[in-house]
Ligand binder design. Structure first.
Ligand SMILES: Nc1ncnc2c1ncn2[C@@H]1O[C@H](COP(=O)(O)OP(=O)(O)OP(=O)(O)O)[C@@H](O)[C@H]1O
Ligand SMILES: [Mg+2]
Length: 293
């Protein structure tokens, strides 16, 4: 049975509510952890064995550019800190995480960062493929529009038959906004993320058309009945209408909080591991045992 969009939207709302929330929430049982090292941000999401989100951390970070980790130390520090906060919140010890890579890039770029953060790599998957698996798609394309790239995975008979990635993402949208309003890049980026109406969408429609061109070239020669969108750039108000107009005859589906869908899918993809009791609690127990003994 396929995971319905309604169910995934429920998980995404839950994830959005957890982001960067350190409130203690002790957890016992099996869990899995996904780390998404993006060009715009780094996210760590913990889910239970059934895929229900337990903790989530996100930091805007400029440590990956054009498929290369430009600040290796910075990236591993952020991962280490996000994993530490998740461990504290849930009272678990996290030793293994699953990570991802954009299609066509070297997965070692991500796995090296994970290892430098002192963690084991439990698994690695390309980003749009992880989403295809979470949504249990049979015939469709997943399009991931992140900060730096637009990636596509084509799924036929439940298998990813092709995945590709090309430069053009949210960064290019922000550059157009910066140019138009004469703003520094960072201010344009903030203005974009804070926008709640469709006003900016007209201005950046040529960038969205370029993203659609990339996707058209990715899906050329394949019969794609539906496109499932993911990635933070799809959250721009009005994005869906402009993008979907480029694909007459194809259903284009936008989840709620698309910024969290790829990292949620990476976490869900990994094998569940039993939560070892947190170091601190183990120490307390040992102390108790010694007292009793
Ligand atoms: N509400 C919003 N409206 C418009 N854009 C947004 C919004 N929220 C986030 N973004 C954009 O989404 C992008 C980040 O998305 P995401 O986390 O999917 O990218 P990434 O994984 O870091 O990048 P990539 O996949 O290209 O390596 C940024 O460019 C950011 O500006
Ligand atoms: Mg991404």
């Amino acid at each position: 049975m396929s995971t319905t969009m309604a169910e995934v939207n429920r998980l995404l709302r839950k994830t959005a509510g957890l982001i960067n929330n350190d409130n203690p929430s002790p957890f016992q049982g099996q869990f899995r952890v996904g780390v998404d090292l993006g060009t715009a941000d780094i996210q760590t999401i913990v889910v239970d064995a059934a895929g229900k989100p337990l903790a989530g951390y996100m930091e805007w970070a400029n440590v990956v550019r054009d498929g290369i980790v430009v600040d290796f130390f910075g990236a591993s520090q952020i991962v280490r800190e996000q994993v530490r906060r998740a461990s504290e919140k849930l009272g678990i010890r996290i030793e293994q995480v699953t990570t991802s890579f954009p299609p066509g890039t070297d997965s070692r770029i991500s796995t090296n960062v994970i290892e430098a953060a002192g963690l084991e790599v439990a698994g690695v998957i390309d980003e749009p493929s992880s989403v295809a698996k979470l949504l249990q798609l049979q015939h469709a394309a997943v399009v991931d529009i992140g900060g730096g790239t637009t990636g596509t995975a084509i799924i036929e008979n439940g298998e990813v038959v092709r995945s590709m990635d090309d430069a053009t993402g949210g960064r290019h949208i922000s550059l157009v906004i910066a140019g138009h309003f004469g703003l520094p890049y960072e201010e344009a980026e903030e203005m974009k993320r804070a926008s709640r109406d469709q006003a900016l969408c007209g201005l950046v429609a040529p960038v969205i058309a370029k993203m659609a061109d990339i996707v058209r070239s990715h899906i050329a020669g394949h019969k794609v009945p539906a496109i499932y969108l993911t990635g933070g750039s799809c959250a721009l108000p009005g994005f869906l209408d402009v993008f979907a107009a480029e694909f007459p005859g194809i259903d284009v589906i936008l989840p709620e909080h698309p910024l969290y869908l790829t990292p949620l899918a990476i976490a869900t993809y990994s094998e569940a591991v039993q939560a070892p009791v947190h170091q601190q609690r183990q120490t307390q127990r040992q102390a108790q045992r010694q007292k009793v003994g």
